[in-house]
Ligand binder design. Sequence first.
Ligand SMILES: CCCCCCCCCCCCCCC(=O)SCCNC(=O)CCNC(=O)[C@H](O)C(C)(C)COP(=O)(O)OP(=O)(O)OC[C@H]1O[C@@H](n2cnc3c(N)ncnc32)[C@H](O)[C@@H]1OP(=O)(O)O
Ligand SMILES: CCCCCCCC/C=C\CCCCCCCC(=O)OC[C@@H](O)COP(=O)(O)O
Length: 251
Amino acid sequence: LSPTVNFALRISFYCALCLVVSALAAVACLLVNGGRTVKNMRIIKAFVKTFKYFFGLRFEVKGLENFKVEGPALIVSNHQSILDMMGLMEVLPDNCVQVGKKELMYMGSVGLIMYLGGVIFINRKSTSSAKMVMSEVAKTMVTENTKVWVYPEGTRNCTGDLLPFKKGAFHLAVQAQVPVIPVVYSSFTTFYNPKTKLFTSGKIKVEILPPIETKGLTSDDVTDLSDRCFSTMRETLFRLSGHPGEAKDSS
Ligand SMILES: CCCCCCCCCCCCCCC(=O)SCCNC(=O)CCNC(=O)[C@H](O)C(C)(C)COP(=O)(O)OP(=O)(O)OC[C@H]1O[C@@H](n2cnc3c(N)ncnc32)[C@H](O)[C@@H]1OP(=O)(O)O
Ligand SMILES: CCCCCCCC/C=C\CCCCCCCC(=O)OC[C@@H](O)COP(=O)(O)O
């Protein structure tokens, strides 16, 4: 098979798997929990964790203990591809919902399972409405003791580097006065590259970094907080990925 055909087949299989498994998981979620609740994420996680075996992907996870903070927290991670859903479910802590673009809601059964899992949908085309939703989340995550997972790059980026961070996630953390836990996935570029039609098996290193406290911070500190997370995540991304010119992770 040519690389292009191989890529198309594997991506189509991934999408088909997502659609079929989402439909099955939706039935399970409705039977067990009856409707939209973060508790459904446990069920979704159990299904999605099997996907890696179909694609020959291996995850090497470090720092899971950093998720064990008391109470709510904001999790930020790099976002490379639609394949990220596998990496997300590999480490997802309990009581954690994600922020996603509202267009995802219309992806058939995949949209339905996101809705049932409690995903918070935002309209990226309307800054004021996205900010309003995020401010509401800052309140509910505290009262309902949930963690919230945001991709601060705001879009997929498979270049092996980070895009500049949007600030919404950090406003959210400061408004809720909750710690920020950065999570970094090594670059996919050695096994997945939509531009060159590469999609083979591979290993993904994941590191959950220590929480960064926000108690006492105000909106004036948001830029500093965002810059701090960006630097630590970029340094970790390069280390995990063995980026040219950077120290390669020895493990
Ligand atoms: C079986 C298979 C499938 C299973 C699936 C199971 C479920 C898994 C679900 C996973 C879902 C994954 C979804 C991934 C995505 O969809 S990523 C895309 C969507 N996410 C985001 O966009 C989040 C990151 N974006 C932001 O945080 C943005 O800041 C946003 C809030 C969206 C606004 O963006 P934008 O309009 O571009 O404006 P700016 O970021 O430039 O901000 C403008 C100024 O406003 C200030 N700001 C931002 N937020 C706030 C706020 N909450 N309060 C006050 N002020 C705010 C910001 O600082 C800017 O001002 P300055 O320039 O700093 O002065
Ligand atoms: C009846 C409608 C049928 C719709 C068929 C849809 C077919 C696609 C099926 C499965 C695809 C699996 C996708 C898994 C979830 C991916 C979430 C994701 O990664 O979204 C991208 C978003 O973060 C950023 O979007 P952009 O990079 O800004 O763009």
